[in-house]
Each structure stands twice: as C-alpha cells, then as structure tokens.
Design a protein around this ligand. Sequence first.
Ligand SMILES: Nc1ncnc2c1ncn2[C@@H]1O[C@H](COP(=O)(O)OP(=O)(O)O[C@H]2O[C@H](CO)[C@@H](O)[C@H](O)[C@H]2O)[C@@H](O)[C@H]1O
Length: 523
Amino acid sequence: MYIVQIASECAPVIKAGGLGDVVYGLSRELEIQGHCVELILPKYDCMRYDHIWGLHEAYADLKVPWYGSVIYCTVHCGWVHGRLCFFIEPHSSENYFHRGVYYGAPDDPMRFAFFSKAALEFLQQSNKCPDVLHCHDWQTGLIPVMLYEMYQYHGLEFQRVCYTIHNFKHQGQTGYNVLEAIGLNRPDYYFHPDRLQDPFNPFALNLMKGGIVYSNYVTTVSPHHAWEARHTEIGCGLGHTLHMHQHKFSGVLNGIDYGFWDPEGDCYIPFPYSHDDFKSKARNKKALRKQLGLQDEEDKPIIAFIGRLDQQKGVHLVHHAIYYSLHHRAQFVLLGSATEAAINAQFWHEKNFLSGNPDCHLEISFNEELAHLIYAAADMVLVPSNYEPCGLTQIIGLKYGTVPVVRGVGGLVNTVFDRDYDADKKPEERNGYVFYQSDLPAMESAIARGVGLWYDYPKEFRKLAMQGMEYDYSWRNPATEYVEIYEGIRHQSEPAEPAEALKPLQQQTYGLPVSDASSLENR
Ligand SMILES: Nc1ncnc2c1ncn2[C@@H]1O[C@H](COP(=O)(O)OP(=O)(O)O[C@H]2O[C@H](CO)[C@@H](O)[C@H](O)[C@H]2O)[C@@H](O)[C@H]1O
C-alpha cells in the first residue's frame, strides 16, 4: 500500500510532543511491514535540520490557490532517519512557518489551513496517487473536507483518509475567513451542526470536527481514551459527533519506536543496558547526578517527570510531587517546557527556589538528549495527568526499566498495571503504580508505595522494573491494526452506504434529508 502521512510534526526533526514520535514511529514500522510511506510536513525555520539527510529542492513552483490568488511554494525533499519527507515552504508576506515556534501564533488555524491546502495541491500537481492519506490532529482536519468537497473532482478521487486525534483539547476553532482562503464558498453549508460548526460556538468552524465528519476512518490513540472521548467531557464537545460517526471510530494504542527508544542501543546514554544487564542502569543514574549536580553520596530513588508543563499533565500534582519526594527520601528531576506564561513563571519560580537543593533539578526546556538520559537514570517516572489520550512517557519508562507511577486515565489505564491492586493481571505481569483520584493523597500514596518498595524490598523493586521491560509496546501490533484500517477504507467506493443505525437519529436531530446527511457519513 502507498500511504502518505500529513502532519505538523515528525520526530526528531519537528517535535513538540508525542505527535512527532507517533508520526515517525508508525511510518517506520509501516515501511518495515512492506508499505511505501511518504510524509508531508511544513518547513519550519526552527526545526532540527541536523536530522535531515540530503535536503534538496524537489518542486520549485508549487502554486497554491489562496484567497482567490496564489501563493508559490517550494517543496523540499529529504530523509529523516530513513523516512522520505516533503517539506512545504510557502513564499508570502505572512511567513507562515518562519515564526521561531511550531505552534502558538494567533493565526495558527490559517497557517495550518494553508499547509493542508498546499499538501493536497502538492499531491495533485505531482500526480501522486497514494491509497491512503493519514492525517493527524486539528492541523490537518481540513484535508478530508477539501478532498471530498473539492479535490476528488480534480484528480484525487481514489484517496481515502484515516484521521487520528491525539488531543481533543485543541480542536482548531476558527472563523469564516478560513473557508474563503481555501476556496470553500458556501458558508451556510459548512456552518452546519452535521459538518464543521463548532459544538459550543455557532459562529465558529471546528477543524477537528471536519476531520471526524469527512474522514473514512477516525482513531484516537488508545482504546480507553476512545471510550472517554465518546462518553465523558474529555471529548471537549465532540462526543456527540463521535457518537454519530461511531461506526468508523476506534482507539488504537500507540507504540514507541524501539529503534530510537531502547536502552541497549541508545546513543544518548553513556552506559547501554538491557533486561539481562540491568545493573548498568545504575551507572546512568550516577552519570545523570554528575551532569545535573545532584548529590551521589547517599543512594536515593530518583523520581522523574518529563513532559509538557500544561494543565493536561496535572501540573498541580507535579508541583506537589517535587516537595513530597524531597520530604520522603527521594530525589526529583523534572524536564519540561510550558507554553502558558503563568505555568512557565510558576516553574521558573520553583527552579530558583530549589536551586541549591542537592536532591532536585528542574530543567525548564525541551531537550531530547537529556530526556533519554533521565529515562535511563531514574527509578520512577511520574505521569499524574488530568487526562492522557495515550501517554508515551510511561511506555518509554517501561522500556528503560523505570517504574511508572501514573493516574488511571486514558491510555495510562491500557499500559500500566498496579503492582499491588491490579486484580486482572497476575503479579508477574504488573508493571507500575496507578492512582485514580486527582487529589494529593491519592498521588502521595502511590509514590509512597514505590519509594517504600525501593527502600525496603530493593530486589522486589528491581523485579517490578524488569517486568515492565518485558512488555512489548513497539509499533508492530498497532501498525498492523492501522494497516487493517487502511485496507478497510481503501476499497470503499463512492458514494458509501449510509449507516442504517444513524438515519433516524440524524433526521430527528437535525431534520436533514437522509441523503444529504448520510453522504458525509461513510467518507
Ligand atoms: N521538555 C522535554 N524535553 C524533551 N522531550 C520531551 C519534553 N517534553 C516532552 N518530551 C517528549 O515528548 C513526548 C511526549 O509524549 P506524550 O505522550 O506526553 O505526548 P503529548 O502529551 O505531547 O501528546 C499527545 O499525543 C501523544 C501521541 O499520540 C499521546 O501519547 C498523548 O497522550 C497526547 O497528549 C515524549 O517522547 C517525551 O519524552
């Protein structure tokens, strides 16, 4: 099969968080399984050019219609650790991808609407005929919309779309001018509850909703989160849309790329180790302490947090965990970066306050190399998220023999099994600590159980860590699931059969003629 991934990130060249890991890791595994994969990405000024090999100009004059005029783009081509990537660089006064950041500009919806349009133009003008386009998050939600409403009549009639949602919190709400820019000129048609109208603001378009409505298949990144998104407030208003499209929605648990995340072959850690040579992990702990200036005389467990400093990640609990660990004979290492000014200021304040503490280091930055060393050196990795669609840090922790201590939400429930209480797993299959409530005592008790085991039963702690290493959370199984999804949609013909179960509900809810509403259903 010929698959094109279209996304705003691909690790390690463009990585703000887990999306980048997934786009790269899934693409690599699909290639290993014999498929042809290409990636289309924006050409940001701030991406890590040192991870691109053979970057060269592939198409000099890609014309992208925009606001009734045209923006010229250069498409560059290069290999990111073996993956063939096309980077789109627009030439216009807006400088969409020359902002020094990946996200966070006030015109983000416009930037990524442009990217989506340019990606489709690129496919069309270069006569590429992939079987499947795999789009990710709100940034590419307009691709299936434009494909169905526009580009299928201009040469892209055989392409089907799989759309993956990594975070329901960010949906790309925007206004009418996006439609005008991309050339979809019937606002009443798109500002409709069955199409792109935002569930909370009738005057806004919701790009993620467009992705759900118009894609042939929609996934989120773990089975438990798929359930949460449909049935709880975590769907952030899109639960009803998911319900209407339930026949084409499911959760596929993320993997991680063991080519990149493997303590045995990790080029960023000084002392490689494995399940059979677990003792060498301790040498990395010493190396980290030396690098960060932590005291090494008295051995204590290191508890680590690595992640975006964001409400999603339970920053109030992270903050509390620092002090709780220090008061309970543990060291704490944090590596994180915040986009929200208030959270950034709070953690800088803590960093300054704790600066002389020999048992604590807060690193407020994005540092891939340091992240690897921390996973290798720490004893426990803390993931106290408010919600977590999948979570990669606990999965990486498991591979590195670093025991996860997590809140039981989203994909954390699908990957971490409590050592003391998980009745569904045999003791030898348990791999971490899970707490469920979002209050302080719940987290404290889970940390206390981990620290207690580390001090009182070190052999048992090591056994738990090594049990975690035995789990296979590689991309092998998830990629196979995606291939099944791709196979299922690539043979869908147009127009698709409407889902019988949805007809009455749709008629009843919106009073739309079935033919009109259902034409979107099975795209
Ligand atoms: N300061 C820093 N320095 C270096 N590395 C850092 C870092 N902060 C984070 N990272 C790295 O970025 C990745 C973050 O993974 P998460 O699962 O936490 O993703 P995130 O919440 O961004 O993405 C969303 O998408 C992913 C993928 O689908 C879901 O797992 C997740 O639940 C969802 O919220 C890990 O590889 C981590 O090591």
